[in-house]
Design a protein around this ligand. Structure first.
Ligand code: C5P
Length: 236
């Protein structure tokens, strides 16, 4: 099993998610549950996968007033997820309150604190999209600023595209966690991902966790695909 490998469970039904979790629980470190699956099934799928021994990255990207995000963070800790995230654009106070609430609730329950990460700028946003919402700086500067703000607020790391890994590590230090989607192993198709790195390149650039979906779930032999990816991640 590769702890650094996160499988994106981009499916809509609990039964499909559980089939993947059962098939791959000893091959991947985490299962990522996002807005589609969570909105469709609610927290039961999270609880069920945890019951079966899987670790969950709850990818709901909280962004709201500080009080609401702090309260939602407490519920994420109670659910037992090992990782979850917020939008850095929610601001310093929102992130700091989320970090504090997460820390306190984990301490209260006597469990390990989940890894709390921030989304900086979504990779689907380009510079003209940023201008439309009044952000005039180049994307890289904005990513660096938001990563530093997340760190100052007490978060553990950020989600970053392969191209941003070294920028974040240089700005925030090697201990600041980087979770990277947009990874494509040598054997897989690009799907709709445009700026990709291989698992080997992403790990070498400093990624702590890789989020991978379709190269595994669309493969004819998903277990073998996960093994091949694990091999690429560990190669020297
Ligand atoms: O199937 P694929 O490997 O492209 O899945 C990648 C996962 O990472 C998806 O769940 C996608 O929503 C997510 N993601 C991404 N790019 C980002 C942020 C998240 O592909 N910038």
């Amino acid at each position: 099993m590769v702890d650094k490998l996160i499988l994106a469970l981009d499916v809509k039904e609990e039964a499909q998610a559980l089939t993947w979790a059962d098939r791959l629980h000893d091959k991947v470190g985490f299962f990522k549950i996002g807005k589609q699956l969570f909105t469709s099934t609610g927290p039961t799928v999270v609880k069920e996968i945890i019951k079966r021994g899987g670790h969950i990255f709850l990818d709901l990207k909280f962004h709201d007033i500080p009080n609401t995000v702090a309260a939602a963070s407490i519920e994420a800790v109670r659910l037992g997820v090992k990782m979850f995230n917020v939008h850095a654009l929610g601001g310093y106070e929102m992130m700091a309150r989320a970090a504090e609430a997460t820390h306190k609730e984990a301490e209260k329950l006597g469990i390990e604190k989940p890894v709390l990460i921030a989304v900086t700028i979504l990779t689907s946003t380009d510079e003209s999209g940023l201008k439309e919402v009044g952000i005039l700086e180049p994307i890289k500067d904005e990513v660096r600023r938001l990563a530093l703000l997340a760190q100052k607020a007490g978060l553990d790391g950020v989600v970053a595209s392969p191209q941003e890994i070294s920028l974040v590590k240089e700005s925030c230090g090697s201990d600041f966690v980087v979770v990277t989607p947009g990874v494509r192993p040598a054997f897989a198709s690009l799907d709709d991902q445009k700026r990709v790195m291989t698992p080997y390149e992403a790990v070498k650039a400093g990624a702590d966790y890789l989020v991978i979906g379709r190269p595994i779930t669309n493969s004819e032999d998903p277990v073998k695909a996960a093994d091949l990816i694990a091999g690429e991640m560990c190669q020297e």
